[in-house]
Design a protein around this ligand. Structure first.
Ligand code: CUA
Length: 192
């Protein structure tokens, strides 16, 4: 071992004990590392093969012809229990509807998806911000505090027309919104 003075009497025994203890701890540490790596591999494979909770999928091929996202069902609805839902789809390079009406000071639930590639949107400087991914329904609920018009640009690069892809959001006073919604149609502010 060392080139200096030989170990004192009994030194060999204590060295053996020290080496054995080090080896035991090396084995313990190696087992812990192996367990952690195994956990990473198992959980990684498990989550890769299972969608996380609350993920809603939707069939792209029937999106336009049946179900929740047909053209006549897009826009804003006020259900009898007072819940406001906005349904929209994104495609290269526009949103449908192009102008969305929502009430202020009321929780608004957005439900959106994409027909072609990954898009996204953010409403003005609010926290209404999500990605729209083909095959999945994006959902979030937010409350707009200020009335007025906001821009809603696509914020995921989706192709050469990306920068021209945006819509508008009109935030109305709650009473005005309820009057408009009383007619029972899908609301939007797209000029007719
Ligand atoms: Cu759609 Cu960028």
């Amino acid at each position: 071992m060392s080139a200096t003075a030989p170990p004192p009497a009994g030194g060999h025994a204590s060295e053996r004990i020290a080496v054995a203890a080090e080896r035991r701890w090396a084995i313990v540490v190696a087992v812990i590392i192996a367990l952690l790596v195994l956990m990473m591999v198992v959980t990684g494979l498990h989550w890769a093969s299972m969608p996380p909770s609350r993920v809603e999928t939707i069939d792209l091929k029937t999106l336009h012809v049946s179900g929740e996202f047909v053209e006549g069902n897009l826009g804003t609805t006020l259900s009898p229990d007072g819940r406001v839902t906005v349904r929209l789809i994104a495609q290269q390079y526009s949103f449908e509807p192009q102008c969305i009406v929502v009430p202020a000071d009321t929780p608004v639930t957005f439900r959106g998806t994409s027909t072609d590639t990954v898009h996204g949107f953010v409403v003005g400087r609010t926290n209404a911000n999500t990605m729209l991914i083909p095959g999945f329904v994006a959902t979030f609920t937010t409350t707009f505090r200020q009335t007025g018009e906001q821009l809603m640009p696509c914020h995921e690069y989706c192709g050469t027309g990306h920068e021209a892809m945006w819509a508008k959001v009109q935030v109305l006073p709650p009473d005005e919104f309820r009057q408009k919604a009383a007619q029972g149609e899908r609301l939007s502010c797209v000029p007719r």
